[in-house]
Design a protein around this ligand. Structure first.
Ligand code: ZN
Ligand code: ZN
Length: 302
């Protein structure tokens, strides 16, 4: 792998006139700290959360968004364990960029995605809408050499895909049972339909809006089965709430839980479905320079 350049192009968030634009700028390639690796990015998905962050709906964010990045390690900090990362390794750069390993969430197996000290791509660290980014060597998703999936198909699994897969894993349904996917016409929902079918569930797809009607299979209004599980996945604006009837949950033994992206193990499992050809992300590949003018749904940068 050639050594990193001094300058890189990045899509930089610029707020103006009450809205925002992404502006392609030439900026310095970040210098990896001793505990970091520098990743030369080759693809990045565009997630709905990027749009929410850019719009200011989720609080402060960085100028460089993006958290579905795929690339190769271009430089390794002096303090990184050489057994964990080496130049040329293919890695994924996701929403959870680093965790503390010590908090009450991190101490629970699989709990690190809720780490209270976590750093997030695009929120507390520059994201992947760029040619390079730095990632801590201690929390790194090195993609196995056996993973024969193109970068642009890996990218959407790193957030949207694993979010859908982990939510389905968490709902306690078994093959042959029904799952209802609300928001099925969106990116996560669409992947959720594919994962649910591949996992052997029967699927009810639900969404709203005329433009999304064709993407759904059936309308449903009250679909939670006895002892069923409601899994909250979609991120609403901070001020938005939803109402429910506690008695129904009591009478029917319904559980209400939240699911948040997935661990590296979940991510590799989710990528396995793509490798086996039973989940096929629908991506539209464009160049980084085209991002500012592109409709954001189903975009994957290259
Ligand atoms: Zn995301
Ligand atoms: Zn933690």
């Amino acid at each position: 792998m050639s050594p990193p350049k001094p300058l890189q192009r990045a899509a930089v968030l610029v707020r103006e006139n009450g809205g925002y634009v992404l502006d392609i700028q030439e900026i310095a390639v970040p210098e990896p700290k001793p505990w970091e690796v520098l990743v030369s990015l080759s693809a990045s998905g565009v997630c709905g959360t990027d749009v929410s962050l850019a719009s200011g709906h989720l609080g402060p964010c960085r100028a460089i968004l993006g958290h579905e990045g795929v690339g190769r390690i271009a430089a390794v900090g002096a303090g990184v364990d050489p057994s964990t990362a080496k130049i040329g390794d293919r890695v994924g750069v996701s929403w959870v960029r680093d965790v503390c390993g010590k908090c009450s969430f991190c101490r629970v197996p699989g709990g690190e995605t809720r780490c209270v000290e976590q750093l997030n791509s695009g929120r507390r660290r520059d994201g992947t809408f760029a040619e390079y980014c730095c990632v801590p060597g201690r929390y790194l998703l090195v993609l196995p050499g056996s993973l024969d999936v193109a970068d642009e198909l890996v990218a959407p699994i790193l957030c949207g895909g694993v979010t859908a897969y982990k939510a389905l894993k968490s709902c306690d349904a078994v093959a042959g049972e029904w799952v209802a996917i609300f928001g099925a016409g969106g990116g996560v929902g669409g992947l959720g339909i594919q994962y649910a079918r591949a996992m052997g569930f029967r699927v009810i797809a639900i969404d709203v809006g005329r433009d999304r009607k064709e993407e759904c299979l059936a309308p449903a209004f009250d679909v939670v089965a006895p002892f069923g599980t409601v899994v909250c996945v979609g991120i609403l604006p901070l001020h938005q709430t939803m109402s429910l009837y506690p008695l129904k949950f009591i009478d029917m033994g319904i559980k209400l839980i939240g699911s948040l992206v997935g661990t590296w193990t979940d991510t590799l499992e989710a990528l396995g479905f793509v490798q086996r050809g039973v989940v096929k992300p629908a991506v539209w590949v464009i160049a980084l320079d085209e991002l500012p003018d592109a409709p954001v749904e189903r975009v994957c940068l290259s």
